[in-house]
Design a binder for this molecule. Structure first.
Ligand code: VTB
Length: 359
């Protein structure tokens, strides 16, 4: 019989901030998505990003929380952004403390071109909780290899089936096919379409698996193998490090895994991180549970344009529908939240205007 988990008991008067505030995270990514919709196809990545950030900042400006951004954006993209060390929430003394990782938009280029696969995404861990942290990876990029719960479980049980970032791609595909009970040609592998992935792409084709190249946005791609209906088996390649940590928060709830290893892009970066304690871990292969530690983690995302993870915002007449996913690692509850917003009444509190603003 499965061992029953030890669940900390809360008295009726005690509140669980993770549980009550998780819905505010969704409201923030919903608002970011709604505020970014006008930027779809307009060729302005920064405009879209600024709109999403404005909505997220504004949403939290009305919430009693002390949220510290431990993984932000902006460094990678040189974009307007919500940065490391920024605070979200009113900061009211005594209010719940959270460490937050976010990407107001993963896939800004996709939005600017009106292409699929863009989301607004956030993760949070309760700051005072023992052992709970999200690792801030100092390199801009990391090597990643993500797979779903069946593959993770099979590798745990049978060492002959194990693979890691150093296993040849052909072998990774063959072992995944075996575990999934598929033919190799049915194994779907997602890779970012970049010259740096030439070797991976060649190997996936050579072994005969089904390759799906994407333009941008590897959070959804790395989560996809852990979604039962995505049809994706593996995600591999070099992508943004912060995106890797956000992915890990989702995988902690979904049960899949991701291996991640820092990837130094040039000598300048090597010199910059030399003094960082993390430089000692350049060779380490991190798993999802090393990137987002502790028992609890909130992950939420709202689709802006459609992806494996979520449909994009749909605007029909005076209504907009948003699709979000909200999950908590502690309970492993996965919520899909479809919200219909009446555009004659829906307002977002934007920080830039310091007031409620019609969408
Ligand atoms: C990666 C990926 C992101 O940009 O960072 C990619 O993780 C950047 O790759 O999801 P390049 O620098 O080669 O463009 C995204 O696709 C979007 O931010």
């Amino acid at each position: 019989m499965a061992k029953s988990p030890v669940v900390p008991r809360l008295s009726l008067t005690e509140s669980d901030p993770e549980r009550s505030l998780e819905f505010e995270f969704v409201r923030a990514t919903e608002n970011a998505a709604l505020n970014a919709v006008h930027w779809i196809g307009r060729g302005d990545k920064e405009g879209a990003d600024a709109a999403a950030c404005d909505a997220i900042n504004g949403t939290f400006d009305r919430i009693d929380m002390r949220g510290e951004v431990v993984i932000g954006e902006g460094i990678k993209d040189d974009a307007p952004g919500i940065f490391l060390g920024d605070m979200l929430g009113t900061g009211k003394p005594g209010s719940p403390k959270f460490n937050i990782a976010l990407d107001p938009i993963d896939g800004t280029t996709n939005i600017s071109k009106g292409m699929p696969n863009s989301i607004s995404v956030m993760a949070g861990v309760l700051a005072p909780e023992k052992g709970a942290a999200m690792l801030n990876i100092p390199t801009f990029y990391s090597e990643k290899l993500a797979y779903g719960p069946t593959v993770a479980e099979a590798m745990r049980k049978d060492r002959r089936l194990r693979f890691d970032l150093d296993t040849p791609v052909e072998e990774i595909v063959r072992r995944t096919a075996k575990i999934r009970g598929k033919n190799v040609r049915e194994v779907v592998v997602v890779v970012l379409d970049r010259p740096r992935h030439e070797k991976i792409i060649r190997s996936v084709r050579k072994v005969g698996a089904a390759l799906r190249l994407i333009a941008d946005g590897d959070v959804t791609a790395a989560i996809a193998p852990s979604l039962p209906d995505s049809g994706v088996d593996l995600y591999m390649g070099i992508g943004g490090s912060p995106e890797g940590v956000l992915t890990a928060a989702a995988l902690r709830a979904l049960g899949g895994d991701q291996q991640l290893r820092m990837w130094v892009r040039d000598d300048e970066e090597r010199a910059r991180i030399a003094k960082d304690p993390a430089a000692k871990q350049l060779k380490k292969i991190f798993h999802a549970a090393d990137l987002v530690t502790g028992k609890g983690a909130i992950f939420c995302a709202t689709g802006i344009t459609s992806s494996w993870l979520l449909p994009g915002v749909k605007v029909v007449g005076r209504h907009a529908t948003t699709y979000s996913i909200l999950m908590r690692a502690r309970s492993r509850t996965i919520r899909y939240i479809q919200a219909v917003h009446d555009l004659d009444n829906k307002t977002i509190y934007l920080r830039s205007r310091d007031r409620e603003t019609l969408v």
